[in-house]
Every structure is written in structure tokens, then in C-alpha cells.
Design a protein around this ligand. Structure first.
Ligand SMILES: *Cc1c(COP(=O)(O)O)cnc(C)c1O
Length: 382
């Protein structure tokens, strides 16, 4: 039943070997920059590649400030702290996400609240968010309080699933009306835009990930993007909150050792020069998949929304028959095509099973049918 898809993927990649879901691609520039970092002996968390990488990402995304971190999870953790998420607060997020989204909330000793996603964007639904605020919350002074628990709602964390832009402007409008800051988990969405504006730059603060499976990689790495004021605080906190001085070791807060090492940033600078060509190649595959699945009886390709550009990090399809999901995964794997199911909903993991939800009708429907397809860029390194 899936032979045509298997043949299509093999032909696209021109390979008879195992086709992975998403692999990085490097070339001479990566080798050259890494060698420069080694030769300079400046490999750790301060160095010119870090400054340059931050500059490149700030310019590319149109944000005032970018701060490179050890990974995307650490970036999200610090971002939550910077918008004021504290112990015993609640943070609204989507259940359809990688576990890091909820874990970062937990690192601040706050409680995730899971609100449903849109079927179309796979991201947090502004309608469900508004309904949650209307039915469960009330304003008390400058705070928005969950009436059931008496806790403050301290942030909203939407996520751009697989690089598909969620309905971020509408989410920000709802959150604004309730005086709650938006922290954008754009870990998967560097290069994705809505209305020409980069995902990650709509909320009060945003984060990207450069893990090995993401669109571009620094081995491990992340980035915080924000305005200058918040960005400066992010830089300070992630650099052990050390106060500027030529030789004294003085720190004015409990900071973190979360800055990206120069060695990783060297990789990042080289990868940034390839980002647009990676996105173009991945989007071409997306168009080919869309044509392949046009009129297909057993699955539907998940397209980006109008006025959006997805970075096409991972391509996804919705299987018509949820009962055939495991057969699909088994048969494609048996043929060496490494498809994947979407993450188990965060609200179903043992650590988060007790968290408040709004019922999550769409998320549950999606989680039984959503699978991802090989999405790497093609071609030899160089
Ligand atoms: C990858 C990812 C992260 C975390 O990034 P790391 O760099 O792996 O720590 C966070 N949120 C989402 C949605 C991700 O996909």
C-alpha cells in the first residue's frame, strides 16, 4: 500500500540506502571555521564566532538582540524566568510539542496548563486560548488568575510545530488582552515567517534550537531573541550573572552557565550561510510531497497556512485511518524509510498527566494520525 511513497522518497534522494528523517549537512566552511576556533584556542563560551553568530541570527530574524545558549531548552528556561515566571505560577502551552517545552516550565517550578491546538496549523489555538481565559480565569489587578487553582497565569508558550507557523499574531492578541506575556517556542522554526515576519519575533521573547536534527545545527545550541532590554538581561543571566570588570569575579544574581561555546558558534556561522538554500530545498520537497498526496485516499499532506512560509523542517501527513498508523510506521521502516509518529501528547506523560487541560479534542485527534516523513536536504556536502 505504501510502495509508491517509498519509491517516491527513494527517487527524491536518489538512494537505495536507509533514508533518515532529518540529518544535518556540512561542508568546507564548517571545517574551516571549526579549525579557526581551535587554532585561536578560544573554544569556550566567549569568542568572536559567538558574537558573529548572534549578529547573523539577529539580522536574519529582524530582532534587536540575539543571545546564543547551550541548547534550546536552556534558552526557553531563561526566557520564562525573564518574563517573570515564578514558583507556583501557571504557564499555558500546547500539549502537541517536544517534552522540552513543558520541562522548561517545570524548571521554573511553575505548572503547565495544556490548551488545545488548531487542526490546521498544529499550533496553539487562539480560539481555545481565549475560551480558556474566558471560562477559567479572571483579572485581579494587573494579574490574570486561574479561578480553579488561585494561581497566576504568568506566560503563554505557543510552539511552531515542525516549522509550520502557528496563528501567532492572534495568540499574541489574546494574551495581550489578558496582560500575559508570550514566550515563543520557535525551536523548530528558524526561517519560518507569517506575514513576512519571522516566527520567534512576535512574542515578548522567542527561542530557537540548533540541535543536530533541526534545520541548521551547532551540534547542541539555542538562541534567545528579544528586544535590547530583555536581551541584555538574557546575556547577563546566561553568563553566570557576572558583572563587567577586567579581572574581578563578581556576580549579582543566581545566573547560569548557559552561553554557547565558540566551537559550536563556529559551526553556527557556517550553517547560517546555508540556511536559505536548505529551506529552499526542503520546501521543494514539500511541494513534491503535496503533489504526491493530492487526491491520495489514505493520507493528506499538512500544508502551511496562507500568508505563511514554513521552513519545512519536518514534513507531516495526516493518516485517514488512525488504526493504520502503526502499520504505516512498520512498513516504511521495513523499507528503510524512517518515518516517525508525532510526540506522545505532553498531557499524557507521567510527569504531566495531572496538569489542567481544556479537553484537548483536536490534539488527541491529531496525535493518532500525524506522522512525519523524511525531510533532510539533498546533495553532497560542500
Ligand atoms: C528541539 C526543541 C526544543 C529544545 O531544543 P534543544 O536544543 O534540543 O534543547 C524545544 N522545543 C521544541 C518544540 C523543540 O522541538
Amino acid at each position: 500500500m505504501y510502495d509508491e511513497l517509498i519509491a517516491f522518497v527513494r527517487e527524491w534522494y536518489g538512494s537505495t540506502e536507509t533514508i533518515p528523517l532529518s540529518t544535518p549537512r556540512f561542508g568546507n566552511k564548517e571545517h574551516e571555521y571549526i579549525a579557526q576556533a581551535i587554532d585561536s584556542t578560544i573554544v569556550s563560551s566567549i569568542g568572536h564566532f559567538v558574537d558573529e553568530f548572534e549578529q547573523l541570527v539577529a539580522e536574519y530574524t529582524g530582532s534587536q538582540t540575539a543571545v546564543a545558549t547551550v541548547n534550546g531548552t536552556a534558552a526557553l528556561h531563561v526566557a520564562l524566568r525573564l518574563v517573570g515566571v515564578e514558583s507556583d505560577d501557571e504557564v499555558v502551552t500546547q500539549p502537541l510539542s517536544f517534552v522540552a517545552t513543558a520541562n522548561a516550565i517545570s524548571y521554573q517550578h511553575a505548572h503547565p496548563v495544556f490548551v488545545d491546538v488548531d487542526r490546521k496549523t498544529l499550533g496553539l489555538s487562539p480560539v481555545a486560548l481565549d475560551k480558556f481565559f474566558q471560562t477559567a480565569c479572571e483579572r485581579r489587578g494587573s494579574k490574570t488568575i486561574n479561578r480553579h487553582t488561585g494561581r497566576r497565569i504568568a506566560a503563554v508558550v505557543p510552539m511552531h510545530t515542525f516549522g509550520l507557523p502557528c496563528n501567532i499574531q492572534a495568540i499574541c492578541d489574546v494574551a495581550d488582552a489578558w496582560g500575559v506575556p508570550v514566550v515563543e517556542d520557535a525551536a523548530e522554526a528558524l526561517g519560518s515567517t507569517r506575514g513576512g515576519r519571522h516566527c520567534g519575533t512576535f512574542g515578548r521573547i522567542g527561542i530557537y534550537s540548533f540541535n543536530g536534527n533541526k534545520t541548521i545545527t551547532t551540534g547542541g545550541g539555542g538562541m534567545i531573541v528579544a528586544d535590547r532590554e530583555l536581551g541584555d538581561r538574557a546575556r547577563h543571566l546566561t553568563t553566570t550573572a557576572r558583572t563587567a570588570h577586567q579581572w574581578e569575579y563578581t556576580h549579582d544574581d543566581i545566573g547560569y552557565n548557559f552561553r554557547m561555546p565558540n566551537l559550536n558558534a563556529a559551526l553556527g556561522c557556517a550553517q547560517m550561510s546555508r540556511l536559505e538554500s536548505f529551506v529552499a530545498d526542503k520546501r521543494a520537497l514539500g511541494e513534491a510531497y503535496a503533489r504526491f498526496f493530492d487526491g491520495c485516499a489514505w493520507a493528506e499532506f499538512v500544508n502551511e497556512s496562507t500568508d505563511c512560509r514554513s521552513n519545512a523542517w519536518l514534513h507531516a501527513i495526516l493518516l485517514a485511518d488512525a488504526d493504520r498508523r502503526d502499520t504505516f510506521l512498520e512498513q516504511t521502516h521495513a523499507a528503510g524509510i524512517l518515518t516517525r509518529p508525532v510526540w506522545t501528547l505532553l498531557s499524557e506523560l507521567p510527569m504531566y498527566r495531572h496538569c489542567e487541560t481544556d479537553g484537548l479534542t483536536e490534539a488527541q485527534w491529531l496525535s493518532k494520525r500525524l506522522v512525519t516523513l523524511p525531510s533532510s536536504t539533498r546533495g553532497a556536502s560542500g
